[in-house]
Design a protein around this ligand. Structure first.
Ligand SMILES: O=C[C@H](O)COP(=O)(O)O
Length: 253
């Protein structure tokens, strides 16, 4: 059975007080997750240790960083390594978010290095892929996403791939209020799974968790999560409001 995961990507939001409040509000709801369901909180770096302490003893809840360095260690001022994140008990790391690709020029090749370092340090990558609007308009989104997978992930062994989650995030849907329709999401998720099957075999593809991200909210999560190849979501804006985030998680089924 593959995992269903809702992850909240807080991006560069909240003070430490607000972060603590949000986690406490989420925990106080006493969410009961079913077998195979996970909730992941991707907080800003300075809050990871505090979040780790607050989430202790809460089954099914995990912690993610929003990025890690592409180098192992050394003179890289301002960077945070995969090893550092692992040493404080972080479970997942979001890699290849479109905001990192666009604002920090992260290429598929750099992301391949980050994926390797994450896995070598026991972190599970949540690898983001997805096309900009002009590519969707030109109807070449499948080729675009296939290249992202090929250049950043498909050098991994089948064993390594077991620790990878893919998040499909059409860039035109991120923070815009525009959501991919359930049919658009399902089509791309099925395509991604087929690419993985072609490279690693059917079993590996069936095991892979593929999240949807892009203006997911309580009102559309049920329809998106009901798609056979959509295994949860990577949630931005709505993850900053406890009630909305909890409502989205409840739609995991
Ligand atoms: O990482 C999350 C995605 O960028 C989605 O963000 P959003 O839910 O605010 O559209």
């Amino acid at each position: 059975m593959r995992k269903k995961i809702v992850a909240g990507n807080w991006k560069m939001n909240l003070t430490i007080g607000q972060a603590e409040q949000l986690i406490n509000d989420i925990l106080q709801a006493g969410l009961r997750l079913k077998d195979g369901q996970e909730v992941v909180l991707a907080t800003p770096f300075p809050y990871l240790l505090k979040a780790k302490a607050l989430l202790k003893n809460t089954p099914g809840f995990y912690l993610a960083a929003q990025n890690c360095a592409s180098e192992k260690s050394g003179a890289y001022t301002g960077e945070v390594s995969a090893e550092m994140l692992s040493s404080i008990g972080v479970d997942y790391v979001i890699l290849g978010h479109s905001e990192r690709r666009e604002y920090f020029q992260e290429s598929n090749a750099v992301l391949a290095k980050k994926v390797d370092l994450a896995l070598a340090n026991g972190l599970k990558p949540i690898f983001c892929c997805g096309e900009p609007l002009e590519i969707r308009k030109a109807e070449t989104q499948n080729d675009y996403v296939a290249k992202q997978l090929e250049e950043s992930l498909f050098h991994l062994t089948e064993e390594q791939l077991k620790d990878v989650v893919i998040a499909y995030e059409p860039i035109w849907a991120i923070g815009t209020g525009l959501t991919a329709s359930a049919a658009q999401a399902q089509d791309m998720h099925a395509f991604i799974r087929a690419q993985v099957a072609a490279k690693y075999g059917r079993e590996a593809a069936l095991r892979l968790t593929i999240q949807y991200g892009g203006s997911a909210k309580p009102s559309n999560a049920a329809e998106l999560f009901a798609c056979p190849d959509v295994d949860g979501g990577l949630i931005g804006g709505a993850s900053l409001v406890a009630a909305d985030f909890l409502a989205i998680v409840s739609h995991l089924g």
